[in-house]
Design a protein around this ligand. Structure first.
Ligand SMILES: [Fe+2]
Length: 251
């Protein structure tokens, strides 16, 4: 990103030199590390007190992702194969802002998702739903000078995930955002308004506050639709501060 100022180290110095840690997340805005209904958290949540590890210079300065790394058509997941993918074509559009509401430009956004039948094009997905030969489900783009991004894709299907009996994930799109270095990667998921599975999802419910959970649900937006072609949804991402978006990783 021409990095969010709220993620840029403050003036304080750590013992190793001039590199200071990124700004921490706001209390109450992120999922619990340990939330037993989401079974995986019982295996990966820290069992010991956390140890502070200062960022090193290489962690906060590189590698940098530039325009030359990305092709213009990578933001359209519907044109990656000879034919068109099955499913409801949608546009997902949004803006990335920092903790002070300023736009974050040149941020690398990567997405990955299941196809319309709820199946990932991945070797480890054994869900008994059909693969779509015309849909891989991955895309990349950079935010523009005003922090906006957009993807053309198809609406993903729900899929079972064996967290508990008859567990189904709501339809969702995974998002990864990169700053100027791997240390600034943020990962989250976007959901769709009105999905009846959302209230039952342990990953969503690991975020205690309902208002905070709702930040992960996109909005249907007539202005983003393309008549006779695609429905439109908006999903803004706030990197830090009182209104920050819940993330799966917290650097
Ligand atoms: Fe998923």
């Amino acid at each position: 990103m021409s990095m969010s100022s709220s993620l840029i180290p403050s003036k304080s110095k750590n013992p190793r030199g001039s590199v200071a840690p990124f700004r921490r997340h706001e209390a109450g805005t992120q999922p619990d590390d340990f939330y037993p209904p989401y079974r995986a958290t019982t295996l990966r949540a820290p069992s010991q007190p956390l140890i502070f590890l200062p960022h090193t210079l290489s962690e906060v300065t590189g590698p940098v992702f530039g325009h030359s790394d990305i092709h213009a058509n990578e933001q359209d997941l519907t044109i990656q194969h000879a034919g068109e993918p099955l499913g409801q074509r949608i546009i997902v559009r949004g803006r990335v802002v920092d903790g002070d509401g300023r736009s974050v430009s040149n941020s690398l956004i990567e997405v990955w998702q299941a196809n319309a039948a709820g199946r990932y094009a991945h070797a480890k997905d054994d869900h008994a739903a059909p693969l779509d030969p015309n849909f891989t489900g991955t895309g990349r783009t950079l935010t523009d000078k005003d922090g906006f991004y957009s993807f053309v894709t198809i609406k993903p299907g729900a899929y079972p995930w064996r967290n508990h009996p008859n567990a189904w994930r709501p339809a969702h799109i995974h998002f990864s955002l990169f700053g100027p270095a791997f240390a600034t990667r943020l990962v989250t998921q976007m959901y769709f308004p009105g999905d009846p599975l959302i209230p039952f999802d342990p990953i969503m419910n690991g975020i205690r506050d309902e208002a905070v959970r709702c930040r992960l649900i996109s909005s249907f937006d007539w202005r983003t639709t393309i008549p006779e072609q695609a429905l439109g949804f908006t999903f803004d991402i706030v990197l830090r501060g009182r209104l920050e978006t819940p993330m799966e990783n917290r650097p």
